[in-house]
Design a binder for this molecule. Structure first.
Ligand SMILES: Cc1ncc(COP(=O)(O)O)c(C=O)c1O
Length: 365
């Protein structure tokens, strides 16, 4: 029996299997934030014909893969560094900057704080306010930053709030940080799910700011978390050379190298994913807003944060009821600044979303 205080991470399906006796293949994960269409069909078809790449080392410089990624992101391959998931790149950039004191915008993804603490640096949180719908108050952040900080990490769109900083506000943040000697790491893992990417993505700023690095990967939008392929986009050539020199060679396998070259060119799949997420995001949020006792925060990414305002119901109860029907939601009580009144769900296929909506309505009634 799971303890009421257990908060499972999106990738904890094995733990769920043990505790609840549900086979992990039978669980619909509303918690992992992974595209419900699965991986690119073009990639799967072509990769199967090229599995012999296993017998060769990947290109040490990943020249073709970086070109394909640069085309996908409308930037240049010189600005791209590939890694073993964006997780490896979070580690490499934090280790290379070696901040004495970093600022995080919370609640946010926990890996940043973990990595910072492993490297002995201090970190402080700037809190997103519930009453602002967890949207960053940029002027207030700007006045809080000072030269005691040397790194700022922003998840954009942010996990778990699904709120995002506009590129105009990001420019203001970068100007202030440049003046104070602060390096800014922006995790854009969920950016491709935003309807107005031009309004939010900082890719156009990469050439302009040498205190900026963006991180992305294929785990969520391209539904390939098992492949472990991420990339950094950074215009600071001195830093890029230093990181490339110190990093282990071949941390991206030849399978991931080949799969990456294929999936970024699957334009039909990219279009289908956007159509599905855009329409389900609108439809599910409309339905959630009609449920009394729930507060829904406007989502920019492929997931939504909700707060249960009704007494006697919390995310532990909702998690338990949902998992017993093979649906896994994210209880957000383990996030800094949140408690067990908050939960997060990602948008899956329409029939699965309907099943979860019916359960939430039932629990809240
Ligand atoms: C914000 C954020 N960044 C990075 C990651 C990890 O990504 P990857 O699989 O590319 O290492 C996650 C995974 O949940 C995430 O939510």
């Amino acid at each position: 029996m799971a303890r009421q205080t257990d908060a499972f991470h999106g990738s904890d399906l094995e733990k769920i299997e043990q505790i609840y006796g549900i086979k992990k293949e039978d669980i619909v994960s509303f918690s992992a934030n992974v595209n419900p269409l699965g991986a690119s069909p073009l990639m799967k078809r072509e990769l199967a014909l090229r599995l012999d790449v296993i017998s060769s080392y990947p290109d040490r410089d990943y020249t073709r893969l970086r070109q394909v990624i640069a085309d996908h992101c409308k930037t240049v391959p010189e600005y791209i560094l590939v890694g073993n998931g964006s997780t490896e790149l979070i580690t490499l950039f934090i280790r290379s900057i070696a901040p004495k004191k970093a600022m995080l915008i919370g609640p946010t993804y926990s890996e940043y704080e973990r990595e910072l603490s492993l490297d002995g640096g201090r970190s402080a949180y700037f809190a997103l306010k519930e009453e602002d719908g967890f949207i960053l108050d940029t002027p207030s952040l700007l006045s809080t930053l000072d030269n005691s900080y040397d790194m700022l990490i922003i998840c954009n769109p942010n996990n778990p709030t699904s709120s995002a900083v506009t590129v105009d506000n990001m420019s203001l943040i970068l100007d202030r940080c440049r003046a104070l000697g602060i390096f800014v790491l922006v995790d854009e893992t969920y950016m491709e799910f935003a309807k107005e990417q031009d309004k939010y993505s900082a890719i156009p700023l990469v050439a302009e700011y040498d205190n900026l690095c963006l991180l992305r990967g294929v785990s969520k939008f391209f539904a390939a978390p098992g492949l472990r392929l991420g990339y950094a986009i950074c215009g600071n050539m001195r830093l890029m050379k230093e990181i490339a020199k110190n990093k282990d060679p071949w941390t991206v396998s030849s399978v991931a190298e080949t799969a990456g070259q294929l999936m970024f060119t699957d334009s039909k799949y990219i279009e289908d994913t956007k159509n599905l997420i855009f329409s389900e995001r609108d439809r599910v949020c409309r339905a959630l807003r009609e449920i009394p006792g729930l507060k829904v925060y406007d989502p920019i990414a492929n997931f939504v944060l909700c707060r249960i305002t009704k007494e006697n119901v919390d995310a532990d109860i909702l998690f338990d009821k949902a998992i017993r029907q093979n649906m896994m939601i994210r209880n957000c009580s383990s996030f800094t600044f949140l408690d067990n009144k908050y939960f997060r769900i990602c948008f899956m296929n329409p029939s699965d979303n309907d099943r979860l909506l019916a359960l939430i309505r039932d629990v809240m009634s």
